[in-house]
Design a binder for this molecule. Structure first.
Ligand code: ZN
Length: 255
């Protein structure tokens, strides 16, 4: 009887978790501006983040590498180029995830640059004013990617950190671009336009994408017209001046 009761409670809990992870919603921890200012202390454990999405990107406490979430697994791409699967207690200061459901697919059969790919995707979207999760699986002649080295407090702004970012040139690779397209009005909260991280097929290399040359592949698009923002509760965030956004600095940091 007790066993049956425990089973019942477990089932209720499981359904509760499912109910808490809304579909078609982009769930984000903190804001891009806060990250730009150097608010790098972890706000949420990865295991909690993964309840809100199985697909996405971000970084880790202390800016310890690039985060990529694919098929419910969270990967850390470190500044030495190594990739590890992350356990649930590691925390993130900034991340965006969604439960990925395909709404639309595009077949890419001719080689193209990342800029051309973005133009191609733009033309296929129903509106530029929603958020989209975008997965590109394919063969690439080049993926130029970077990671960021772990920082110690007091933290430097992101624009300073990226001056010494290690860059990896991955040539002739199969893998997946994991990213988002955010509307222009999201500036300050997230990156307006496209932001991709890359994971090689063997999950042994990747990073924040600076350039890419796609040979062929499949683009899968998940429209996420809802947005849920979880703001930090620490002193650094409470005291930060987030009244201005710096588009020139975002360009330096992201591109
Ligand atoms: Zn990135």
């Amino acid at each position: 009887m007790l066993q049956r009761l425990a089973m019942f409670l477990l089932l209720v809990c499981a359904l509760g978790i499912l109910a808490q992870a809304p579909q078609e919603t982009l769930y984000q921890v903190s804001t891009l501006n806060a990250l730009m200012l150097g608010i790098y202390d972890g706000q949420m454990p990865v295991k909690t983040l993964l309840r809100h999405g199985d697909f996405g990107l971000g970084t880790f406490t202390g800016l310890d590498g690039e985060m990529l979430v694919l098929d419910g697994k969270c990967y850390q791409i470190k500044s030495d180029g190594s990739v590890v699967k992350v356990s649930g207690t590691v925390t993130t200061p900034f991340a965006a995830v969604t439960m990925f459901n395909s709404d639309q697919t595009l077949k890419i059969e001719a080689p193209m640059s990342l800029a051309d790919l973005e133009t191609r995707i733009d033309a296929a979207l129903p509106t530029a004013n929603w958020f989209y999760a975008i997965k590109v699986t394919g063969t690439f002649t080049l993926v130029k990617a970077r990671s960021v080295p772990k920082q110690q407090a007091p933290y430097q702004p992101l624009v300073e950190v990226v001056k010494t970012q290690p860059v990896f040139q991955l040539q002739q690779v199969n893998g997946t671009l994991v990213g988002f397209r955010c509307p222009a009005f999201a500036a300050g909260v997230n990156v307006p336009g496209y932001h991709f991280h890359f994971l090689r097929e063997d999950a042994q290399a990747g990073g924040h994408v600076l350039e890419a040359q796609l040979v062929s592949g499949t683009v899968t698009i998940d429209a996420t017209p809802a947005f849920l923002l979880a703001l930090p509760s620490d002193t650094a965030f409470k005291n930060a001046d987030l009244s201005t956004d710096k588009p020139a600095d975002v360009q330096k940091v992201e591109k």
